[in-house]
Design a protein around this ligand. Structure first.
Ligand SMILES: [Zn+2]
Length: 378
């Protein structure tokens, strides 16, 4: 508190002046604020998705394998860190705002300062003159809580196009660095695989309960426990599956209408993803069951009243391609075992249209294979 009080008193006259001049804009703070965030530019998306933390189902493919929980890694890293230094050559006013944001963050605020912090300061500059820092910060926190998560949705929020698009993922947050620096990234164009007698994947799937969530990047199905695969002497539990349109992976250059990624995790947190390609044809009952349970609101998981048997999503022919790659969404962590089923399954044009309406394009561009070994079943 003392450190904060001191820095506030240093900043006080300047802030007051800026406030008086109406120059304290909320906007630039969003950058600093987001550095603390847990990647929920689309606030409603990440929150509830992360909520069933007890349930491994919260893990999305987009998890950090080395650190266990899917959202745990980015969130923990995000909340603990100070705002990044302002870019060199930054406007001195920006620097001042960033500095204040850091100080407020350092004051053990339960959450990052939001743009609303600055609005409050501008409105009630006298608070800064009269009250002690603790009181001010308390008030700011309250204001912030009331204001809710309205951080700039573009700052540090990843997407599939425009601001925050795939080319920028690696620069959005330090923990996303692998997205640009990684050399074993996914997806890839699968070609030139060596044909060998690959061990069959042992699918130990059964009918279980499930819930559907629109997490702001895709439609994801969280499954209750009891589903697993065994491969390479390891047992991986099925945590969730989700969709991309079009398929992220290509087979000899060919892209499919969609793909389902079945995300599995072993007790050490290692990830194994089974990809099932979806091609237009007859309607798919399991896909329909997911669509039937689509939640009306983003970020809110809808529990289904029926069960789902994941065996029904698998193609009859269980031959597959396999290679080592990464998550295809930030943080793009590597060390993910990929198994892409060679035979696609079908969904109808109408079923495809349902997903297209929500996510017309949510596929990361193809990454360099960089001489990685690809194996495929004979
Ligand atoms: Zn995926």
């Amino acid at each position: 508190m003392t450190a904060v009080a001191a820095s506030l008193s240093i900043l006080r006259p300047t802030l007051a002046a800026l406030a008086a001049a109406g120059l304290l804009l909320a906007q630039p703070l969003a950058r600093a604020a987001d550095a603390h965030g847990d990647g929920h530019g689309a606030a409603p998306a990440a929150k509830p998705a992360a909520k069933p933390a007890a349930k491994p189902a919260a893990a999305d493919a987009h998890a950090e394998p080395a650190k266990g929980g899917a959202h745990a890694a980015p969130a923990a890293a995000g909340h603990g860190k100070a705002a990044p230094p302002p870019p060199s050559g930054a406007d001195p006013m920006d620097t001042l705002r960033d500095k204040l944001a850091q100080k407020l963050g350092a004051a053990k605020a339960p959450d990052a300062p939001s743009p609303y912090v600055m609005r409050v300061v501008a409105k009630s500059g006298e608070e800064l003159h009269g009250g002690e820092a603790g009181k001010v910060i308390k008030k700011l926190r309250t204001e912030k809580a009331a204001a809710g998560h309205k951080a700039d949705p573009h700052a540090a929020h990843w997407s599939y196009g425009g601001d925050g698009g795939p080319e920028q993922w690696g620069q959005l947050k330090p923990e996303f660095a692998k997205c640009s620096s990684g050399t074993r990234q996914s997806p890839i164009d699968i070609r030139g695989g060596v044909k060998v007698d690959l061990e069959p994947i042992q699918f130990d799937y059964r009918a279980t309960g499930f819930g559907v969530i629109d997490n702001g990047h895709t439609i994801q199905v969280n499954l209750q426990g009891g589903n697993a695969i065994e491969v390479g002497g390891r047992r991986f539990d099925l945590v969730q599956f989700h969709f991309h349109r079009p398929s992220e992976e290509r087979i000899n250059g060919r892209q499919f209408d969609m793909v389902a990624h079945l995300v599995h995790k072993d007790p050490e947190g290692r990830l194994a993803v089974v990809a099932v390609l979806l091609d237009r044809g007859s309607a798919h009952p399991l896909v329909q069951s997911v669509w039937n349970n689509l939640p009306l609101e983003k970020g809110q998981e809808q529990g289904a009243r029926v069960q789902m048997d994941m065996n029904h999503l698998l193609p009859a022919d269980r031959r597959y391609y396999t290679y080592m790659g990464s998550l295809t969404t930030p943080p793009c962590s590597e060390g993910v075992l990929w198994m892409v089923m060679q035979q696609p399954v079908t969904l109808s044009t109408e079923q495809l249209a349902v997903f297209t309406k929500m996510y017309p394009m949510n596929a990361r561009p193809i990454q360099q294979a960089s001489g990685r070994l690809i194996k495929q079943s004979n």
